[in-house]
Design a protein around this ligand. Structure first.
Ligand SMILES: Nc1nc2c(ncn2[C@@H]2O[C@H](COP(=O)(O)OP(=O)(O)OP(=O)(O)O)[C@@H](O)[C@H]2O)c(=O)[nH]1
Length: 698
């Protein structure tokens, strides 16, 4: 892009303009006038009259043209000073018209003509012009433009003009005498002429200090006023109206008016027009630049799909000369717009004005790329135009395909591992569930909307509060979330799931909560089997061995007392021997169930082996806790088991116990001490509970 095109070049060639040379020549002419012959060049006034009328009519015409052009082209962008000049020329033109027709020798015009009458109009016009030009040169040229004010200026101008004309015609006696028959010009007239000259010189001096503004060429304007001043000086020099000085004065004035006309025509018409043209060219070039560098291939088509024009991108991308493409059908290059489907497509985009299609675009060397075609249809001056914007979406398409493949792989991996993923966007509050989440919940993707509240509907009622608490905590302190809980599905089945979540951050700012949910029902079942006694369903020894340390640690952290109690069924061998092994099993089950029922959720019942049970009582204070344990032990003694012959069989428990707050936090030692206490209970006659004697520690 050529930056020159964008730069408005202000004309600085005024000094090289012929009008400037004319001004210089005429100035030289003026100063050489003392060498001019003083003899009249016309035989008499009548002979001069046609030339005078001609020159005056010329000046009048130019004056009125100045007014017409400036007045009609004026708008708020221009300075109101232009209107002052225009109205001045209107006044001067009209008054000069009267001057011309009042000239001595002309047919009477609104009363008897005379040199004095003609001079009244002449001096008035010159004085008005001189004062107004000086005023305009003094007035600021910026920010004073108000379109409506032009009428006020016009009214003022008409008022002054009307005043001069009416007074000049009807009350000439109001004016000083400018001319005396047989004597010639009065001193007053000459003084006035000099005064006008002084005003003009002052105006020229002021104008030369001004820089070009609002399109006005002040140099030309100054030249014009300068020539007007010289014209006035000629009028002070002449001795006869028919001599060369008088003629020169009129000629200088006419040239000066042409110069004003030229300056104001330039300001009002030429400059604004050139600026407009410049802006249009700029706009066109910028548009062309944008079109060629937009990255899209742009085609202009006629209504039948034939190529009218293309942008540079098409030529570069396709490696085809524009001339080779013109008039070809677009279907030659774009698979989405083949001639066969053109009519049908045309109906669609004619109706909707826009259409977006995916296709394949053909380059010259039979290379292809995936394209997205945006068809824009519009009418201009009842002509149909179609513009195509074709983007190369090969990379996007391949990326999308790869993304789709990866998503499918992820979904497959989730299906295999039974892990679903979910995301909660903190800003949009939107939740997204993967396919596998729906699968785990046995929910229909089309019916159930992904949300935490909807998820809660599937959470087992006993676990719901726990899930809510974890979720809320994660959202408030952004801590990771890990929870195993049950689901209660709509078909009534329950599942175990393990959920994990953590906050995703971008530039340190939390953005969304990303989580997984894994169906661990099978693992959980296996785990249950590994940690539970198959006969009684309570925990087994393995569970106890693996968990006793953390249970004790927990009680230490919480500064709570933990009791390790070993219960042993008294004379269980006899039960087996007397009623059979199956009956013995029933007794073991019954005792286990009873113990499980009596303890709190935080306590653990384990079958240690044979007819021995270990119960871990958490958070139990002594000695009151001992009463509770004793009560449970008693309760077992009240259980009734019916044997094969419907006899009631009862069993008793012996128990030995040790506590962390009395016996220390060593798991192995606690077991040994409880076992010692049990042994002691057995030896003391069974059916009793014994707390390990503290002295045995020593
Ligand atoms: N029915 C049944 N009996 C079992 C099971 N495990 C161990 N036993 C029996 O439990 C009995 C334990 O007997 P002992 O260790 O002599 O103890 P006891 O007869 O209860 O006598 P004390 O403990 O001294 O009161 C044995 O006869 C084992 O066969 C089981 O799973 N089922």
């Amino acid at each position: 892009m050529q930056s020159d095109f964008l730069k408005y070049e202000a004309s600085s060639s005024q000094f090289r303009h012929p009008l400037f040379y004319i001004t210089v020549l005429m100035t030289v002419g003026f100063f050489s006038s003392q060498f001019w012959p003083e003899t009249p060049i016309f035989d008499n006034v009548e002979a001069f009259l046609p030339y005078h009328s001609m020159l005056e009519m010329f000046s009048v015409t130019v004056s009125l043209m100045v007014f017409a052009i400036v007045w009609n082209s004026f708008n708020n962008d221009r300075s109101i000073n232009l209107i002052f000049i225009a109205v001045t020329f209107l006044a001067v033109g009209v008054i000069d018209f009267f001057h011309s027709f009042s000239y001595f020798g002309m047919p009477d015009f609104f009363g008897e003509n005379s040199t004095q009458k003609a001079l009244i109009f002449w001096i008035s016009a010159r004085l008005i012009a001189a004062i107004m030009f000086l005023m305009v040169a003094l007035m600021p040229w910026f920010n004073n433009s108000y379109e409506n004010n032009k009428y006020l200026v016009l009214i003022g101008g008409v008022f002054v003009t009307g005043g001069v004309l009416l007074s000049g015609i009807h009350y000439p006696q109001w004016y000083p005498v400018f001319f005396v028959d047989g004597y010639g010009l009065t001193d007053f007239k000459i003084i006035i002429e000099y005064f006008i000259v002084v005003l003009h010189f002052a105006t020229v001096a002021l104008l030369l200090t001004k820089k070009d503004a609002v399109g006005v060429n002040f140099i030309w304007f100054a030249c014009a006023v300068w020539l007007m001043a010289l014209a006035e000086l000629f009028f002070t020099l002449y001795s006869s109206v028919s001599d060369l000085y008088n003629l020169a004065g009129h000629v200088y004035k006419a040239v000066a008016y042409i110069m004003v006309f030229k300056a104001l025509f330039l300001a009002s018409i030429t400059r604004p027009y050139k600026e407009l043209e410049q802006r249009s060219v700029e706009k066109l070039l910028l548009t062309q630049y944008a079109v060629d560098n937009s990255g899209d291939l742009i085609y202009w088509l006629d209504y039948d799909g034939r190529i009218l024009s293309v942008n540079d991108a098409v030529k570069q991308k396709l490696g085809v000369q524009a001339d080779d493409m013109i008039n070809s059908h677009i279907g030659r290059f774009e698979s989405a717009l083949v001639p066969d489907s053109w009519k049908q497509l045309r109906e669609q985009f004619s109706e909707h004005h826009q259409l977006v299609l995916d296709g394949v675009h053909l380059c010259r060397n039979s290379e292809k790329f995936f394209s997205q075609v945006r068809i824009v249809f519009f009418k201009y001056r009842s002509q149909n135009y179609i513009c195509l914007f074709i983007a190369d979406i090969t990379e996007r398409k391949l990326a999308l395909e790869s993304l789709a493949r990866k998503q499918e792989q992820l979904a497959q991996a989730q299906r295999i591992t039974h892990i679903g993923s979910w995301e909660f966007n903190l800003e949009s509050k939107e939740t997204v569930w993967s396919e596998e989440v729906y699968h785990i919940l046995q929910a229909d993707e089309k019916v159930v909307k992904a949300s935490f509240n909807n998820f809660l509907q599937y959470v087992h009622s006993d676990d719901r509060q726990r899930v809510i608490d974890h979720y809320q905590r994660c959202l408030t302190d952004y801590s990771p979330y890990h929870l195993v809980h049950r689901l209660q599905l709509l078909d009534g089945s329950s599942r175990y799931v393990e959920t994990r979540a953590e906050m995703q951050r971008i530039n340190g700012e939390p953005v969304s909560l990303i989580g997984t949910i894994q169906d661990i029902t099978k693992e959980r079942e296996l785990e249950d089997q590994a940690y539970h006694d198959p006969l009684t369903g309570v925990y087994n020894r393995r569970f106890l061995d693996e968990n006793i340390y953390s249970l004790i640690d927990n009680s230490v952290i919480k500064e709570q007392n933990l009791c390790y109690v070993i219960f042993d069924i008294d004379f269980f061998k006899e039960i087996n021997d007397n009623y059979g092994h199956d009956f013995g099993d029933r007794v073991l089950k019954g005792v286990a169930e009873y113990l499980q029922r009596q303890v709190r959720d935080s306590d653990f019942v384990c079958r240690f082996g044979g007819e021995e049970f270990v119960v871990i009582f958490n958070d139990i204070e002594m000695p009151s806790g001992m009463e509770r344990i004793e009560k449970i032990r008693h309760g077992v003694g009240n259980l009734q088991f019916i044997n094969q012959i419907d006899d009631i069989v009862k069993v008793n428990l012996s128990g030995g116990m040790a506590c962390t707050k009395i016996h220390g936090n060593d798991a192995k030692q606690l077991f040994e001490l409880a076992d010692q206490a049990l042994y002691s209970a057995k030896r003391s006659g069974r059916n009793r509970l014994k707390l390990c004697d503290k002295s045995s520690l020593d």
